[in-house]
Write a protein of this length. Structure first.
Length: 450
């Protein structure tokens, strides 16, 4: 289209929001209808993109067994939202437009049934991928009667009182709607020994929704055969739910202590403590086993504080993980005055998101507390210590760890009641050579570097 500056000097480029202006006595043009329909679609598409983005997204379309159960599954009504060309083919009197992309909506009003046949070989199973895609097609239907296809009446200029049947009185049918719908199918994988079958990847233009697993000899599909496809782009809540006060209150409460629990002995914490605080108040050592992360809602937190002298150890349940930064541990110890905040992932682990107790597992404060040990401090400074060997010719010793960059300083001291007359060292990043002016012996050392 040609863009022209309107009066006043302002210039508007490309497509804009348009509303048709009609004049008394004007002729009716074909584009008065198609252009309005297109503008409405563009407005809806732009609003959708602003709310949920431009990635393909699905609402509804849950997959469930049929009733009574059979070798088919039901796909519930729903919608798919996908980026597509404004017009991939001529739309009435409007031209093709593949330059502009908008989010289009495909609607499935009724339940669809898909067949998932069992594999014929004993001992084998097969995974079916229920996949969906946005589809657009021109259809010929009379919406009042449901008749299809439709022969439309056209203006007959030679005898206006006798309209033509079809274009040029040809009797040909005509398309009446451009329809956005959902294309669904159950894509079969390759049958294999049960437990080794693989779910097929979605076809180009499709997104995976659910996986249906069927074994040889199976005659009905039940709920246990149906699982969500990993990463399925299905909306989990509506916009109203996202911005509602109830949702906000729930999320806020997940971060707040809903109960205070003073504990003086070892034990296993109940899932109901999720969202609460645990005060460790024992003079001796105790261990608290966390509830299974799967029993605590994702985002729910437990806050710990140790107010007594006894070390309080917080340990995982079963094979759950406790993640601190980039590493995982099975437990964390709280000394007197230490704190710890753990957040459930709702499935198989906890994240250490706050508190002093997690610092011992952090790479910033990493180390090994032992006779020959090391400690990393914030800023990258590293302390190393231990007992090394010394002799007249120089004994080569290794540091507990290698200094990544430099050795800044090193000192030695006797660990016996008869110190040698001289002690000397020649350090490197990996270790040091220990010299003594007397018999071979072992002595303390300390090194500082980064």
């Amino acid at each position: 289209m040609n863009d022209k500056p309107p009066p006043g000097g302002f210039f508007y480029s490309g497509e804009q929001m348009r509303r048709v202006i009609t004049q008394i006595g004007q002729s009716i043009y074909e584009w008065l209808f198609t252009r309005q329909a297109q503008d409405n679609m563009v407005a809806l598409g732009k609003l959708t993109a602003a709310v949920i983005g431009t990635s393909t997204t699905v609402s509804g379309m849950a997959v469930t067994p049929t009733s009574p159960a059979s070798m088919q599954v039901n796909v519930a009504p729903g919608e798919i939202y996908a980026l597509a060309a404004l017009e991939s083919t001529v739309y009435g009197t409007l031209p093709v437009d593949t330059t502009h992309q908008i989010v289009k909506q495909g609607i499935q009003l009724d339940t669809t049934q898909l067949t998932c046949a069992a594999p014929p070989t004993a001992g084998q199973s097969i995974n079916y991928l229920v996949q969906a895609s946005f589809a657009e097609q021109d259809i010929s239907v009379d919406p009042t009667t449901g008749s299809t296809p439709v022969v439309l009446q056209f203006y007959n200029s030679s005898n206006p009182s006798q309209p033509w049947s079809g274009p040029n009185n040809s009797g040909q049918t005509s398309n009446t709607f451009r329809q956005g719908s959902v294309a669904l199918n159950a894509k079969p994988g390759i049958a294999a020994a049960t437990g080794s079958q693989v779910t097929p990847a979605p076809d180009a233009g499709f997104v995976g929704l659910y996986v249906v697993t069927v074994a040889n000899g199976q005659t009905t599909i039940v709920s246990g055969n149906i699982s969500a496809y990993p990463g399925a782009p299905i909306l989990s809540e509506t916009l109203q739910q996202k911005i509602s006060k109830a949702t906000a209150d729930t999320l806020y409460n997940n971060l707040q202590a809903s109960s205070v629990n003073i504990i003086t002995a070892s034990g296993t914490l109940a899932a109901s403590i999720g969202g609460g605080s645990v005060i460790l108040n024992a003079a001796g050592a105790t261990t608290q086993t966390l509830p299974a992360a799967s029993a605590v809602a994702a985002g729910r937190r437990i806050e710990f504080m140790n107010i007594n002298a006894g070390t309080g150890t917080v340990s995982r349940a079963g094979s759950d993980t406790i993640t601190t930064g980039s590493s995982s541990v099975t437990s964390l110890a709280l000394g007197a005055g230490d704190t710890l905040t753990l957040e459930s992932n709702g499935t198989n682990g906890w994240y250490a998101v706050g508190g002093t107790a997690q610092l011992s597992a952090s790479t910033v404060f990493g180390g090994s507390i032992s006779a020959n040990g090391w400690k990393r401090l914030p800023g990258g400074l590293i302390l190393q210590w231990g007992v090394g060997n010394f002799n007249n010719g120089g004994f080569v010793n290794s540091f507990p760890i290698t200094f990544p960059n430099n050795v800044f300083a090193m000192s030695t001291g006797s660990n016996s009641g008869n110190p040698p007359t001289t002690l000397g060292v020649s350090p490197t990043n990996n270790g040091f050579t220990g010299f003594t002016g007397s018999a071979a012996s072992s002595h303390y050392f300390m090194a500082i570097g980064n």
